[in-house]
Design a protein around this ligand. Structure first.
Ligand code: XMP
Length: 317
């Protein structure tokens, strides 16, 4: 019968046979799938797995550093690439969600390709593709920054003439988490909510600037830390915040303010295909709202999204 331990054992053995002394290059996203896939490959071939983790400037607050540390803790041979400016430049002035996705996806491919060329003689591209990615082209709204949902089913971008190795191809998410546990991958990676490849780039409605990213990172950190501290994080499938392209009137002391509005979004779901808005306690929402308005300069209003999917989607873009 299937157990996570036996899956890990068999799959490491098969990877060893398949890959031999070959070099594998792999992009990591900080998410569950790529982390578990990389760990399996690492167990099979050690330092011949070259991982690349790109800071696209659209990650959560402190996420790049934290995730990089976790990867190093797992013993992975991982290179962190700061490509923030390249992404901000590519996004400059773009407001259409699909155009933003395309710009982010293309920049990722450029950065990843440049970095992977530095790894001499790589023969394989590792990917965290899981079964649902194989059966339906998962990228619901177009390409993401990860090669995973950008090209997972069709294969590789032409210019990367590498063979694909996908150790999780037959697993569902739950199975991936179980295998991750069997491999002693820490809970801070395994328990992570899904996060879109284009990251905060599609949670800043309208054009993306470094200033807006910084505001949204602060807002998001308050919401996510609040969920964690209240024991609610594991009860929702996904949570995040949106920076809206409008301002609203407020008062502070005797002053009239005219500042930004942010929306909080938290959903329960099985697979992301349908979702219900999470019925978070009013007290919790009140605390988060106060903290955001008190601490994040430039935000004077917080709203909570009570739409279900369908017809609304989880992301706003
Ligand atoms: P929606 O907004 O379509 O999202 O209800 C469903 C799930 O997919 C994620 N999502 C994306 N993931 N690239 C990704 O890698 C994307 O472009 C993208 N758009 C949405 C979303 O966060 C949710 O988990």
């Amino acid at each position: 019968s299937w157990t996570p331990d036996s899956f890990a054992e068999v799959s490491i053995k098969e990877l060893k046979e398949k890959l031999g002394d070959d070099k594998v290059v792999m992009g990591l996203s900080g998410g569950v799938d790529s982390s578990v896939a990389a760990t399996l490959i690492h167990h099979a071939i050690g330092k011949n797995l070259y991982c690349i983790f790109v800071d696209n400037g659209l990650l959560r607050k402190g996420e790049f550093e934290e995730v990089l540390e976790s990867y190093k803790g797992l013993g992975l041979n991982v290179l962190g690439v700061d490509a923030k400016e390249q992404f901000y430049t590519a996004l400059k002035g773009l407001t259409d969600p699909e155009e933003k996705r395309k710009a982010i996806g293309k920049t990722f491919i450029d950065v990843f390709d440049a970095e992977s060329h530095k790894i001499n003689g790589a023969k394989w591209l590792g990917q965290g593709t899981i079964y649902p990615d194989v059966i339906e082209s998962v990228s619901v709204k177009g390409p993401s920054v990860t090669i995973k949902s950008h090209h997972n089913v069709g294969g590789l971008p032409d210019f990367m003439k590498l063979q694909v190795v996908e150790p999780l191809r037959l697993l569902f998410k739950d199975g991936v988490r179980e295998v991750g546990k069997a491999l002693n991958i820490p809970q801070n990676i395994l328990g992570r909510h899904p996060f879109p490849g284009p990251g905060l780039g599609i949670r800043i409605l309208g054009d993306v600037t470094p200033e807006k990213v910084q505001i949204l990172q602060e807002v998001d950190a308050i919401f996510i830390n609040g969920l964690k501290n209240s024991g609610l994080y594991d009860k929702v499938w996904q949570a995040g915040t949106m920076l809206l392209p409008i301002q609203s009137v407020g008062v502070m002391g005797d002053e009239r303010t005219y500042e930004r509005v942010v929306a909080l979004r938290a959903v329960t779901s099985i697979d992301g295909m349908t979702a219900d808005w999470a019925h978070l306690p009013y007290e919790f929402l009140a605390d988060v709202s106060n903290e955001i308005i008190n601490k994040v300069k430039g935000v004077n209003r917080v709203v909570y999204d009570i739409s279900s999917k369908p017809p609304a989607t989880i992301e706003w873009e």
